[in-house]
Write a protein that binds this ligand. Structure first.
Ligand SMILES: CC(C)(COP(=O)(O)OP(=O)(O)OC[C@H]1O[C@@H](n2cnc3c(N)ncnc32)[C@H](O)[C@@H]1OP(=O)(O)O)[C@@H](O)C(=O)NCCC(=O)NCCS
Length: 442
């Protein structure tokens, strides 16, 4: 997807809803620094963060210049320059089972000032973003959430979980294979040159990951505000394979209290190969003078349990929904991914907002690739012998990446089997070889 993000017209329905409350819905020009800075202040205030220091403000400006940035303005407010609501969005690739990526629309920075809450402003923004996503030709929209009760009403559903993994250092005896390459400490500036390519390869092998934007890697490597305490604590380690080719890296820090072993913490590990993933994990769990290792936004299906002699050295906590998916175009979305088994399935999708509603025939060949066809409502197609399920757009989003089985949703009364053995077929078709994971916030 490549086009001028600012040129997408403002959704007239959302604009009218807000105008009825004397509010103006506006797309910002990223070159208008005064307006952008006020928008950034509203965004950070909305998430209860401190005001940004100058380097952070400069970073936010750079990131937002790559996005479509929209604000809602109250001309009658004491400070009419600062929006009372914010949202930003951009086209992104989302990795799907089979190693490809689907055109998605990422939505972020959703805030409404506490002075203007619960009068439908967020609803107008969210409908506006679905319109933007369709205008951009995205097959689906994606977001991460502060609270799990906000976005279901717009058709989003949790599609990939994440967990915090803690490893007790004293019990962490490695029994996995030795990696053939080597590990080395590197400086941020040198890693910055190769990090985008490594991150891209790591993203491609994991369904549920979204493309990394350039600014994100600056933040991970501590380059946004290098003199800050948090940036100075970051250590960077790269794994090179036996041919000397970089295949992964981790950014970590050790939290210390005087005279005690510290706790090693990391929230970014990019591995383009299994060797790199194992080598980096081994490096982390074999540190001396630390009591444990804590990694956030990790997969709920880490191979780590099989790499340590004592799997109980590992504690998984804070297992949460993390990536939320909203299917907009079932034909494009379903065609993009690979499937676990061949077969033909008729999928009847209900969507109260209309976008994804309809009947679709999913035909998967031996290669795992699919052909997907919309079945017109008045088509006199026979359903004899056709396996079929009926589900809502939220349930379609939930099973899309293979993170939850259709049969589990059926047990919850959320998917209906229209013919015998259709659920079993759906389970086998939608299963993904690798459990979906999203390891960043956006
Ligand atoms: C979440 C937030 C954006 C909602 O804004 P808002 O303008 O008050 O929401 P709306 O008035 O448009 O509400 C639309 C619907 O969502 C519901 N809703 C809004 N906020 C909700 C919340 N935090 N939890 C559960 N439901 C919520 C409303 O009750 C309403 O429900 P209805 O469809 O049954 O009528 C706002 O509270 C906020 O800025 N929160 C802090 C920042 C944040 O968490 N943002 C979300 C980022 S992922």
């Amino acid at each position: 997807m490549s086009f001028d993000l600012q040129a997408i017209p403002v959704d007239p329905a959302a604009s009218a809803d807000l105008a009825a409350q004397q509010l103006e819905y506006r797309v910002l020009d990223p070159a208008d620094t005064t307006a952008l800075d006020a928008w950034i202040q509203a965004d950070v205030r909305g998430f209860h963060h401190s005001r940004p220091r100058p380097p952070e403000l400069e970073y936010d400006r750079r990131v937002m210049a790559e996005r479509r940035v929209q604000g809602v303005y109250d001309a009658a407010a004491a400070d009419p320059i600062t929006p009372v609501a914010t949202v930003s969005s951009w086209p992104t690739g989302l990795s799907v089972p089979g190693g490809r990526s689907v055109d998605a629309w990422a939505v972020s920075s959703v805030t409404v000032a506490p002075t203007h809450r619960r009068r439908g402003i967020a609803r107008a923004l969210m409908h506006g973003e679905l319109a933007n996503a369709q205008h951009a030709g995205a097959a689906l929209a994606v977001l991460t959430v502060t609270e799990a009760t906000i976005y279901g009403r717009y058709g989003y559903a949790p599609a990939a979980q994440a967990a915090t993994v803690h490893v007790d250092r004293r019990r962490a005896k490695w029994i996995g294979p030795d990696a053939p390459g080597r590990l080395q400490f590197v400086e941020a500036a040198s890693l910055r040159e190769i990090a985008p390519a490594l991150a891209r390869r790591a993203v491609a092998r994991t369904p549920g990951e979204v493309d990394r934007w350039p600014g994100l890697l600056d933040r991970v490597l501590g380059l946004v505000d290098p003199e800050s305490d948090s940036a100075r604590a970051i250590r960077l380690v790269r794994y090179d394979d036996e041919h000397g080719q970089p295949q992964g890296f981790v950014a970590y820090r050790v939290q210390r209290i005087p005279d005690e072993p510290g706790e090693l913490q990391f929230d970014f590990l990019a591995a383009a190969t299994d060797d790199a993933e194992r080598a980096l994990w081994r490096f982390l769990v074999e540190q001396d003078f630390v009591s444990g290792v804590r990694g956030t936004l990790r997969s709920v299906d880490e191979p780590l349990h099989w790499l340590l002699e004592d799997p109980r050295a590992i504690t998984m906590s804070n297992v949460v929904d993390h990536l939320w998916v909203r299917v907009l175009d079932p034909v494009a979305a379903l065609t993009a991914r690979d499937y676990g088994t061949p077969g033909t399935l008729r999928i009847h999708v209900d969507d109260p907002l209309g976008h994804a509603a309809g009947r679709f025939d999913l035909t998967v060949g031996d290669s795992g690739r699919a052909e997907v066809e919309r079945v017109e409502a008045d088509a006199a197609t026979s359903t004899r012998g056709v396996r079929g399920i009926r589900l809502g757009v939220r349930e379609l989003g939930a099973i899309y990446l293979g993170g939850v089985r259709a049969s589990v949703l059926a047990r919850a009364g959320r998917i209906t089997e229209l013919s015998p053995r259709s659920l079993a077929l759906t389970d086998r078709m939608f299963q993904a070889q690798r459990t979906p994971q999203l390891s960043i916030w956006f």
